[in-house]
Design a protein around this ligand. Structure first.
Ligand code: G4P
Ligand code: NA
Ligand code: NA
Length: 194
């Protein structure tokens, strides 16, 4: 996705050798035109996989996940990070540890919105160590639904998540893969290289 790479190069702020800030189009302000292209691209890449539902994690996953679901003509569900007022019995929950934030979040999805005949596509904004995707996959497993794969907008190729998920045989599609953020420069990896 050339448009996405261009946005990252033009508007991304390198905070350190491992963190890229993209608040101007993905994590705070949202660029709806870019988001629509992202949705179309994910929909193309997972067309023919029989997706019945898109699943993401609040908050920054919601925009790309919604555009993808719109293209595929299916609903989108976002897992919540905050404790819900709903009875725990009515929820699927998983623990997600963030290496970046050194903090564990409990994520939850109401049982009403995932069924055992669902074929679920996971979408998220960033892939670093893969803990969010693994937590969402745990939720899908609890629902006895099927996971058709995961799409992430930006994969940090120098962290372990992508490798781990691909090694487990998960279909993972990343629209931009960052090879390095060192020397105050963003370097991309070819999309098909793992
Ligand atoms: P992991 O799921 O791949 O293991 O990622 P990790 O725990 O390290 O990420 C924690 C949060 O930080 C996630 O957002 C993730 O999207 C975000 N993140 C990780 N690396 C980067 C980065 O280089 N740049 C930016 N902008 N974000 C990064 P979150 O806490 O779920 O927040 P939200 O934005 O979805 O609300
Ligand atoms: Na996220
Ligand atoms: Na995020």
């Amino acid at each position: 996705m050339e448009h996405l790479q261009k946005k990252i190069l033009q508007e991304g702020k390198i905070l350190s050798d491992t963190v890229l800030k993209v608040d101007s189009f993905l994590n705070h302000q949202v660029d709806p035109v870019l988001m629509q292209e992202i949705g179309k691209e994910f929909a193309d890449r997972f067309l023919g996989n029989g997706v019945t539902k898109v699943l993401t994690l609040e908050s920054s996953g919601i925009a790309p996940a919604t555009m993808t679901a719109l293209e595929l003509g299916v609903p989108v569900v976002f897992a919540r990070k905050k404790k819900s007022l709903t009875l725990a019995d009515d929820l699927y929950t998983a623990e997600v540890y963030s290496y970046t934030k050194k903090d564990t979040n409990q994520i939850s999805v109401a049982k009403d919105y995932l069924a055992k005949n669902d074929r679920v596509l996971l979408i998220d904004d960033f892939l670093a160590n893969g803990q969010a995707v693994l937590g969402l996959m745990d939720v899908i497993r609890q629902a006895k639904a099927a996971c058709v794969g995961a799409g992430v907008v930006i994969e940090k190729g120098f962290q372990e998540g992508g490798k781990q998920l691909r090694n487990q045989g998960i279909k993972l599609e990343s629209l931009a893969i960052i090879k390095s953020l060192t020397n105050k420069k963003v370097t991309f990896q070819k999309e098909d290289v793992t």
